[in-house]
Design a protein around this ligand. Structure first.
Ligand code: NAD
Length: 294
């Protein structure tokens, strides 16, 4: 029997409704949560993400600010923008859209954002808190969204083998940190595969929960997946498709059609992990704003 679809869109909708209700409660207390998104340059994919983040914010009743800076913006200019947002009481969350142009040191920008406004969860203070299991910080939106998706679908994680493909700071590594915590929604035995892993299939075939975040179209084939596994596809890649109006289509890291035949649950691309990422960004922004209220 083919796997059931893990409908990230529906769970994200649920979350966004909860965030909108929380926002309304906070507004009634005189605080409107505010998110500032900073976009440097004119990368088309980044522009699409930024637009959808702003729209989602407004839909939830939040205050949304988008700051667009030219591609040749200097580090000093961007630092000044971040400083101003750090000091702005109407802004509770700051997100600087990655990737940044070459002349800017992304690490230094991330460190400049106040940890209590770092709703992307990339500041070393928040990364450290996540690793030690301190829930007081912010967790990166994509891995956090995946964990919520598993939880809300009733996937049992404790004692399970979780294999994560990818070790980036925004997906793979935080996913590891989350899934190995000693909590009911984690408690997995975690294995990480990456670009230097030899015989990746030997690892992925052991996975009860397989999370693919390599950014390599259709890397995960049917024979790499254990029958009955839960498969989460984080990857989003554009591949040429002359039959579509845009000339391309989006595909994940998982060869969906064939893997669906063996998995028990699987996320589609698009419509799986992506919507959860935005929902978690809103949730983090609401939390950041709630914390400013005594
Ligand atoms: P990245 O390029 O920073 O990291 C990719 C990781 O995959 C690296 O750690 C690398 O070691 C590993 N890798 C690459 N090729 C591999 C291979 N052949 N075998 C095993 N491991 C391999 O990418 P990222 O920022 O972590 O994003 C990964 C993918 O997820 C991309 O397609 C990205 O677009 C997508 N993404 C989606 C969302 C979402 O909301 N759905 C959010 C973030 C990223």
């Amino acid at each position: 029997m083919p796997a059931e679809l893990l409908d990230g869109k529906a769970i994200a909708r649920e979350l966004r409704d909860e965030v909108a209700a929380g926002t309304a409660r906070l507004v009634a207390r005189g605080v409107r949560p505010g998110l500032a998104v900073v976009l440097v340059g004119d990368d088309p994919a980044s522009a699409v993400y930024v637009k959808s983040k702003g729209k989602a914010c407004e839909e939830a009743g939040m205050h949304s600010v988008t700051i667009r800076l030219p591609a040749d913006t200097s580090q000093a200019r961007l630092d000044a923008e971040v400083d101003a947002l750090n000091a702005d009481p109407a802004i509770h969350g700051i997100l600087v859209q990655m990737p940044l142009p070459k002349q800017i040191a992304a690490d230094s920008v991330i460190r400049r954002i106040k940890p209590e406004k770092d709703v992307d969860g990339f500041h070393p203070v928040n990364v450290g808190k996540m690793l030690i299991g301190d829930t007081d910080g912010f967790v990166p939106c994509t891995p956090a969204g995946i964990q919520v998706m598993l939880q809300r679908t009733g996937v049992k994680t404790a004692g399970k083998e979780c294999v994560i493909v990818g070790r980036s700071n925004i997906v793979g590594k935080p996913m590891v940190a989350l899934m190995l915590q000693n909590t009911p929604q984690a408690n997995c035995t975690v294995t990480v595969c990456h670009s230097a892993t030899t015989d990746m299939a030997a690892h992925t075939r052991r996975a009860d929960i397989l999370i693919a975040a390599a950014g390599k179209p259709h890397l995960i084939k049917r024979d790499m997946v254990k029958p009955g596994a839960v498969v989460i596809d984080v990857g989003i890649s554009r591949v040429e498709d002359p039959s579509s109006a845009s000339g391309y289509r989006l595909v994940g890291d998982v060869a969906f059609d064939e893997v669906r035949e063996v998995a028990s649950l699987i996320t589609p691309v698009p419509g799986g992990v992506g919507p959860m990422t935005i929902a978690m960004l809103l949730k983090n922004t609401l939390r950041a704003a709630e914390r400013t209220v005594a």
